[in-house]
Design a protein around this ligand. Structure first.
Ligand code: NDP
Length: 340
């Protein structure tokens, strides 16, 4: 009884994108047949209809031991689908659910497989305003954008001035831009993609700054205060420049390190301007906030152009997309349809 009318789970066999390590210590992913007995013990078995490609999946798929310790392994930190079996009373077969973060796709077989088995407390019921596919257009990147927006908007209001988003065409960045624009903020984007103007304007961006222009002449301990707040997704000198050019009492969020894990900065923006640096970690987000955020993404934060940021692929196409996300070359979100 699967409302999606999806694939048949014959002989307990399903398809998964499995990353294997060769004798030469190189890593490659292949679509393989897996058996339900390959999955770990867990409260809930879910047939996955959609997953999505996140930066962390690309790290897992290329042998990053900080993310995944042992191979062969099925990445995929995001999954959305229907419950097949549950030993926990709050879920029943056929319920549409979302499972993101915790250990999914890191050291637990993840959403790049047509079936996952996980603890019940990793799961959120699909909110009524979202389809399974839409939930994966958001995915962990959208959830992280939501957490960042939540931290910024708690103290920075639209009338205080423009807000900045770095890595603006990426998964987290593009969704942060769209939510902030929908909430009435004037958004300035930093992007390295010279062909991204039409895309970024369609998401609601007012101004676009190239990566080079943003970080040029940014070596002083303090810069002219321009931003009421900022959402940084890339770290390094981009985060440092955002903090140094934020107005007194502004908030800058930090979630990623696509540019660098370093933060080359002095204490002056904090002690002379009272700027707050707010860390964002989606993986450890407590369940009450997780439910609140999914509710907002399904309702007041859901934006009209959600489909426009989505590229849909099959499991077979993951191998081409993984190197591109590592090079920062993808735009928006890549959704994996596991029924294709
Ligand atoms: P994407 O790859 O989709 O987007 C990252 C964007 O950053 C790129 O599209 C590019 O945007 C920009 N970028 C890439 N490389 C560089 C570089 N060398 N210098 C400057 N800018 C660069 O990734 P996501 O948006 O999904 O994730 C962004 C970051 O957030 C990653 O580091 C990821 O690991 C992290 N993350 C953290 C989470 C948390 O809980 N803390 C959860 C989810 C993600 P453009 O071309 O427009 O400049």
């Amino acid at each position: 009884m699967f409302p999606s009318g999806g694939f048949a789970l014959e002989n307990k066999i399903f398809k998964a994108f499995v990353v294997e390590e060769s004798d030469e210590k190189s890593f490659a992913g292949h679509v393989r047949k897996r058996n339900l007995t390959d999955l770990p013990e867990g409260d809930v078995t879910i047939r996955v209809n959609y997953s999505s490609l996140n930066y962390k999946d690309a790290l897992s798929a290329t042998g990053n031991r900080g993310v995944t310790k042992t191979y062969p392994h099925t990445p995929g930190i995001d999954a959305a689908g229907y419950i097949e079996e549950s030993s926990e009373g709050q879920f029943k077969a056929g319920d549409p659910v979302i499972c993101t973060s915790y250990d999914l796709g890191m050291n637990t077989p993840g959403g790049f497989g047509q079936v996952i088995r996980v603890p019940a407390d990793w799961i959120v019921k699909l909110p009524s305003g979202l389809t399974l596919r839409e939930s994966m257009i958001f995915g962990t990147a959208g959830f992280t954008a939501g957490l960042s927006v939540r931290k910024l908007t708690a103290s920075v209001k639209p009338e205080q001035g423009p807000v900045l988003v770095t890595g603006a065409t990426g998964g987290v960045g593009s969704i942060a831009v769209a939510i902030l624009a929908k909430l009435g903020y004037s958004v300035t984007a930093v992007s390295g993609k010279t062909d991204a103007e039409v895309f970024l304007r369609s998401m609601g961006v007012r101004e676009i700054i190239s990566r080079e222009a943003f970080t040029k002449d940014s070596s002083s301990p303090l810069l002219r205060p321009v931003w009421a707040g900022a959402i940084d997704t890339v770290g390094g000198e981009f985060l440092a420049t955002a903090i140094k050019s934020t107005m007194p009492l502004g908030v800058v969020t930090c979630c990623g390190n696509a540019a660098s894990p370093q933060l080359p900065i002095t204490v002056f923006p904090f002690i002379l301007r009272g700027v707050t640096l707010a860390g964002v970690n989606s993986q450890s987000c407590p369940m009450p906030i997780r439910k609140e955020l999914w509710g907002k993404l399904a309702d007041e934060w859901k934006f009209d152009r959600l489909e426009d940021i989505c590229t849909e692929i099959s499991l077979e196409a993951l191998s081409e997309k993984i190197p591109l996300i590592l090079k920062g070359q993808l735009k928006g979100r890549t959704v994996v349809n596991l029924e294709r």
